[in-house]
Design a protein around this ligand. Structure first.
Ligand SMILES: Nc1nc2c(c(=O)[nH]1)N[C@@H](CNc1ccc(C(=O)N[C@@H](CCC(=O)N[C@@H](CCC(=O)N[C@@H](CCC(=O)O)C(=O)O)C(=O)O)C(=O)O)cc1)CN2
Ligand SMILES: [Zn+2]
Length: 763
């Protein structure tokens, strides 16, 4: 029999129950007990929904982040929160979210404000984790209570539990050394605690433990490879059976190493690394389990079940019980339940599978392997029909789009003149002061804005009423910016639910869900739109809003767009054509929008590419290819405008050292980046490359409620000016302000404008 299991289940809840419970607890509107009860209710429901599986993950639930959970399990708390004498869960949230010194926190008086842990993306996904912090002195101390409590809960509910933890090497690899010391030097100390942890799990009757080591799909140097070998030799005497889970890619050079590790089984992402199955099997000793991730945990398409069986059946014949099947990775990255969708087009819906449907697919595959295809004849037939309908649908393939793509030539991606010439014309037209100030686009998405939108979507507010509500917000943003004295204004993005979904909703070739939420970080979720067909822009998408905003002020109003690469990287995308092709289609559609904005008199247009760097493949050897088409797509979008039109782009969470040449190639007149937390060090890349265009290095961290002082901003900008000539510097926050409150935004921006004035006087 082949065993069917899952690697992880989405924890936010089909109706985002966890999000609402968390936010209400943080606001002080509900009790800690209410929050933990909601956690228990979600775990219980999710285990019940996975009941048909042979092994169900336990420990994949988290109140904020699974990496932060691991830091607490291992007793690796940043020094600044040690000695906190409140509740452990509150301390956990202090690390996750930070605490302003002026915050409404009982412990501010005794424990002061604390900075949030740094957040960064989880491999190549749109999920963000809290970065573990290390120093040479870091010690570890086991606190297994979370895992043991959840295991006990699972047992009480009759769940076939498989505890899930992040492996020691991946844990170290994900963290950051705060003092420049070698993280790997901590491995012996860390392994001692992992050994204790495995022992504790064994004591609870855990037989199999899933230990996630996704670092195995990255390019590792010898030290890290050695660390893996060393770690699993140290842990091999444990009483539990380790299923070593790899996902998000191929093992590549690490294949032999992975195959030889002394563990009881290994999970391979057979969506990305199906070609490695044979080679891996060649290295696996005959007692080891091979778990194959055959259902894609990263997208929302139905699996080709018969296609999967074609290659699984012979493997099953060979391996028998040693073959397990699972999703390719945790289902954290997909929405929960397709059945909740009431408005999705019936055709498109019939092509999709969310987490619960993916588990059903696995069960069908398991039954077919176990009892023969006949036992699931009806399911296989329905699957075959759905796949055929998708392949043949005229809505997927639009000849006109294919034709337009065929006509593309390199001239589309070139500005008329070089930067220096454009800059002179733009400066004559815009007449901006030195150190011009601007913001990145969004202003707070208030409860009123979201409420108006949800009333509109539910049909209780009509189009005119909704437009008025948004215009009121836009007007408020413009007035505030004028009072603050900013130089280049934005409309505030009130009308946008999300910078990607908003465009997905308006482009042909896209479908969008009502409840397809995926956790992005903490309580924050996104609803990635579904790119299923050839892309076309039926009509202008942003022009009316920007025009309205411009009508309220004499100052230049930035037109605000999301770039093709970011739209692609934050959507669920087609698996029936290369990403580069979908991206080029998006580029052509967004180019039309850029040209429409220009025609409407918009003088500054920002094209956000927040996810351009984020989309880099996990393996460096694939970067060149990706950057080639990604930069080209941006250029197609941006570069059709006149010299006088100023193009901005924006990127956050970025280190630019290794891609600075590509950034320069994008040739935006101005790029705004996130730099405040790195103390402007990120600018070194621009400096040493002699980046020729203008730069707005972020001067305040928008993730934190803390208000930056003018002195702090001036100091940061002086550091920036050591690296970039002052005449090419802008002053702006790190990113958009949609997650902040107006009460935070106004004083912060006032200080930012004051800082710019100080700088101008000194110049
Ligand atoms: N796609 C994407 N990926 C990204 C980012 C991004 O901005 N977009 N940024 C980074 C991650 N950062 C993020 C920052 C903020 C949020 C965020 O604020 N998300 C919102 C949801 C945004 C949204 O789509 N809102 C909808 C739905 C709002 C909503 O929840 N409405 C209520 C009803 C409210 C009412 O009636 O009063 C409901 O449905 O229950 C809207 O505005 O229309 C949230 O979790 O709260 C997400 C990611 C990286 N990846
Ligand atoms: Zn940003």
């Amino acid at each position: 029999m082949s065993l069917v299991h899952n690697l992880g289940f989405p924890r936010i809840g089909a109706r985002r129950e966890l999000k609402f419970a968390l936010e209400s607890y943080w606001k002080g509107e509900s009790s800690r007990d209410a929050l933990t009860a909601q956690g228990l209710a979600l775990r219980t429901r999710h285990w019940a929904e996975q009941a048909g599986l042979d092994l169900v993950p336990v420990g994949d639930f988290s109140f904020y982040d699974q990496v932060l959970d691991m830091s607490f399990t291992l007793g690796n708390l940043p020094e600044r929160v040690q000695g906190f004498h409140g509740d452990a869960l509150d301390n956990y949230f202090r690390v996750a979210r930070g605490r302003s010194a002026a915050g409404a926190d009982d412990h501010v008086a005794c424990c002061g404000g604390v900075a949030a842990g740094e957040m960064t993306k989880w491999f190549d996904t749109n999920y963000h984790y809290i970065v573990p912090e290390f120093t040479a002195a870091t010690g570890f101390k086991l606190d297994a209570s979370r895992l043991l409590d959840q295991l006990a809960e699972a047992k009480a509910q009759g769940v076939n539990a498989k505890p899930v933890i992040i492996g020691p090497v991946t844990y170290l690899w994900l963290g950051k050394s705060k003092d420049g010391s070698d993280k790997l030097a901590l491995l012996p100390r860390l392994l001692a605690v992992y050994a204790e942890l495995l022992e504790a799990l064994a004591g609870q009757g855990g037989q199999w433990v899933q230990v996630d080591e996704p670092v195995l799909v990255t390019e590792l140097d010898d030290d890290w490879r050695h660390a893996l070998t060393h770690a699993y030799h140290e842990l091999k005497s444990s009483r539990v059976k380790i299923l070593l889970a790899t996902y998000f890619g191929t093992l590549g050079d690490n294949l032999y190493l992975a195959g030889k590790l002394p563990v009881a089984g290994i999970h391979l992402d057979a969506i990305n690394a199906r070609g490695e199955v044979d080679a891996l099997l060649g290295h696996l000793s005959s007692h080891k389990v091979l778990s194959l991730g055959v259902v894609n945990g990263r997208n929302i398409w139905k699996t080709d079940l018969e296609g999967a069986l074609e290659w699984l059946e012979p493997l099953h014949e060979r391996l028998g019980d040693r073959l397990w099947i699972a999703p390719s990775c945790s289902l954290l990255h997909v929405p929960v339940d397709l059945d909740g969708e009431q408005k999705l087009d019936a055709d498109v819906k019939s092509w999709l599978a969310f987490a619960l449907q993916k588990l059903d697919e696995l069960k069908v595959l398991g039954t077919a392997l176990h009892r023969g295809r006949d036992a699931v004849k009806a399911e296989l037939a329905a699957n075959r029909a759905a796949l055929a309908s998708r392949r043949g649908s005229p809505r997927v393939n639009n000849p006109a789009v294919k034709e337009a793509l065929g006509k593309l030539d390199a001239s589309l991606g070139r500005r008329r003149s070089a930067y220096a010439e454009r800059a002179a014309k733009q400066s004559a037209r815009l007449k901006l002061p030195a150190y011009p100030t601007t913001t990145i686009g969004s202003f707070p998405q208030t409860a009123e804005i979201r409420h108006a939108r949800s009333e509109f979507k539910a049909g209780r507010l009509d189009g005119a009423g909704y437009r008025d509500a948004m215009r009121t917000e836009i007007e408020r943003s413009v007035r505030e910016q004028e009072m603050l004295g900013l130089d280049v204004l934005v409309h505030g993005e009130a009308e946008r639910n999300d910078m990607v979904e908003y465009f997905g909703e308006q482009l042909e070739g896209y479908a969008f869900s009502q409840l397809g939420w995926v956790q992005s970080y903490g309580s924050r979720c996104v609803k990635p739109p579904i790119l299923f067909g050839d892309i076309r822009r039926p009509k202008a998408m942003t022009v009316e809003w920007i025009q309205y905003a411009q009508s309220l002020t004499q100052k230049p109003m930035k037109g605000m767009l999301t770039g093709p690469v970011t739209i692609l990287n934050w959507s669920f995308v087609r698996d029936d054509q290369p990403r580069s092709v979908s991206c080029r289609q998006l580029a052509l559609a967004m180019r039309e929008e850029v040209l429409d904005l220009e025609k409407a008199g918009v003088r500054v247009i920002q094209i956000d590419e927040a996810a351009l760097r984020e989309g880099l493949p996990l393996r460096k050897s694939q970067w060149k290819e990706y950057l080639g088409w990604a930069v080209e797509a941006f250029r197609i979008t941006a570069n059709g405008v006149e010299d006088e039109t100023q193009i901005h782009t924006h990127m956050c969470y970025s280190e630019f050292n290794d891609i600075i040449a590509s950034i320069a190639e994008m040739d935006a007149d101005v790029i705004t980046i996130e730099t405040s937390r790195s103390d402007m060090e990120l600018l070194d890349a621009f400096d040493s490359f002699k980046y020729p265009n203008e730069i707005g290095p972020g001067v305040y961290d928008i993730h934190s409620p803390n208000i930056p002082t003018p002195e702090h901003i001036v100091a940061l900008m002086r550091k920036a000016a050591e690296r970039i000539p002052a005449e090419r510097l802008w002053v702006n926050p790190d990113c958009g302000l949609k997650t902040r409150q107006w009460e935070e935004v106004i004083p912060a921006l006032a200080n930012m404008v004051a800082a710019a004035r100080t700088l101008r006087k000194a110049a």
